[in-house]
Design a protein around this ligand. Structure first.
Ligand code: SAH
Ligand code: SF4
Ligand code: F3S
Length: 478
């Protein structure tokens, strides 16, 4: 049998002559790391690398790491210990393994990685992924580890290959990377570098390819996604609102989201996009971190709780069904019991549909790490539990408020049980229901029967609603 890919001139997959090699990527951290892992696989595909599901069978292993909290970083070193054995076992069997550490720990602690784990072959920061093929070739010749943690002058996005092949129903698309805000506690400005926005034309082209591959929902990514200011095709600087308008025109695309936003960068035209574009889902992740103005100032967030509440008022006016999620840090240096109480009060006042919360973790090199007033671990634990209990209550309440409603659900894949399919509500809640696999990739009306703490279950709406089921669209590649 011939491989149809080998005769297709536009296909990036290895030709029949390229040796097949197996690639295992483990990803920690934020959605941008998930996106980056996909792009690293795309870059390595022309070299003959195809994904595999275990490190034991892999010719190359990439650990895509996160540096945001101490725990996230420690995961890398315990995994490297395990992989040392795997690599030795493969060598004993006459097979090689290239071991690479990528992501934000690689960027921040390249030297420490090679010192603590000299069996690592490649260390590469997030701005060097386009150099992977060349690094793999250099590693084959080098005695020690090959390290790339500079911020190269050539923009990585111009060098990466176009996304190719079939896509999941929900896809990520990085439009902005890096951060200039320097919050007191955060490593991101150091690991991802200065803010950079991709040109709008490149974003639109990638979105069209994702949709051509089967994506129906795209989440635009950036560490400060709403600070997006890419060059438009008209030469003007486009904000995120303008970009959303252009993306909304892509035939076959059903839903748009964006994350993560900063309260300071919510421009008027972005708020208006929530009012004017039904394709923009009514769910916004807007980290506030604390409900105390004293702590917000110490964090260098550049906004007060009153600013945040005013912003929510405007957003809710633009899109009355908008639900919110956020991030909170408990135990930032200097946070008192009264400051913590102010965070709980803000949460009660806003009413979140979901939220992530973390104990403050001192990160080397950040201003807060050496600040006075470090909070005791036990006290951080207590505050975190209190805050999370309140969030859980609000999330359960929000989920319960959907029971009995008929919602448009984007079907994303098979469910866990036979006959079941799974999807997402407009508010990012997982929804389970009985239905045919043929509905995957379509948005269907679902009547919510039961609300669970973290998900919903329902049934395909019958009668009237069925008329609204959209047939799966076949979209020609752009
Ligand atoms: N760019 C996003 C978030 C990046 S990190 C933003 O500006 O909001 C994701 C979340 O991790 C942050 O919102 C914050 O809540 C948390 N975080 C970051 N650094 C942390 C630290 N040192 N300790 C605990 N949580 C932290
Ligand atoms: Fe980190 Fe603050 Fe930048 Fe977000 S805005 S990435 S929390 S420095
Ligand atoms: Fe972690 Fe880097 Fe993302 S530190 S949260 S992987 S930007």
């Amino acid at each position: 049998m011939t491989d149809p890919a080998a005769s297709c001139p536009t296909d990036d997959r290895p030709t029949a002559s390229a040796p097949r090699k197996r690639l295992y990527i483990q990803t920690w951290g934020c959605q941008m790391n998930v996106y980056d892992s996909g792009r690293m696989a795309d870059v390595l595909a022309p070299l003959g690398f195809a994904p595999t599901t275990t490190p034991e069978t892999a010719d190359m292993v990439i650990l895509n790491t996160c540096h945001i909290r101490e725990k996230a970083t420690e995961k890398l070193f315990s995994e490297l210990g395990r992989l040392r054995e795997t690599k030795a076992a493969r060598r004993a069997a006459g097979e090689g393994m290239v071991l690479a550490v990528a992501g934000c720990v690689a960027q921040a602690e390249g030297a420490e990685i090679t010192a603590r784990a000299p069996w690592v072959d490649l260390v590469l920061g997030p701005q060097s992924y386009h150099r992977l093929p060349e690094m793999v070739a250099r590693a084959a010749r080098a005695a020690g580890a090959v390290i790339e943690t500079e911020f190269p002058v050539e923009p990585k996005f111009d060098q990466l290959p176009a996304v190719a092949g079939p896509q999941a129903v929900t896809a990520f698309l990085t439009v902005q990377e890096g951060c200039d805000k320097f919050c007191s506690f955060c490593v991101v400005p150091y690991t991802r570098g200065a803010e950079y926005s991709r040109p709008a034309a490149a974003v639109l082209a990638e979105a069209r390819l994702l949709v051509a591959g089967g994506a129906r929902e795209i989440t635009l990514l950036g560490q400060n996604v709403n600070a997006y200011h890419g060059e438009g095709p008209d030469g003007a600087s486009w904000g995120l609102g303008r970009l959303l308008h252009a993306l909304a025109e892509i035939p076959g695309l059903l839903r748009l989201r964006y994350t993560t936003s900063h309260p300071r960068d919510m421009a008027d035209d972005l708020i208006a996009a929530h009012r004017d574009l039904p394709i923009v889902m009514p769910f916004l992740h807007l980290p506030v971190q604390s409900g105390s103005d004293r702590v917000l100032a110490a964090m260098n967030r550049g906004h007060t709780t009153a600013d945040f509440l005013r912003l929510l008022e405007r957003l809710r006016k633009a899109r009355p069904d908008l639900a919110l999620s956020s991030d909170f840090i408990v135990g930032h240096p200097g946070e008192t019991a009264a400051d913590h109480a102010a965070s709980l009060a803000l949460i009660r006042e806003v009413g979140f549909a979901a939220a992530y919360s973390f104990k403050y973790s001192a990160r080397p090199g950040t201003p807060a790490a050496g600040a006075p007033g470090q909070v005791a671990e036990a006290e951080k634990d207590r505050r975190l539990q209190e805050l999370q209990a309140l969030i859980r209550e609000q999330q359960a309440g929000f989920n319960a408020s959907r029971a009995g409603l008929t919602l448009p659900v984007l079907i994303t894949g098979p469910g866990r049980h036979p006959g079941q399919i799974a999807g997402r509500s407009p508010w990012l809640q997982p929804v389970h229901l009985i239905g045919p696999l043929g509905l995957i990739g379509t948005e269907v009306p679902v009547t919510i029967l039961t609300a669970h703490p973290n998900s919903l279950s329902g049934a395909l709406a019958t009668g009237e609603g069925q008329a609204h089921v959209q047939p799966r669209q076949e979209i020609a590649p752009a």
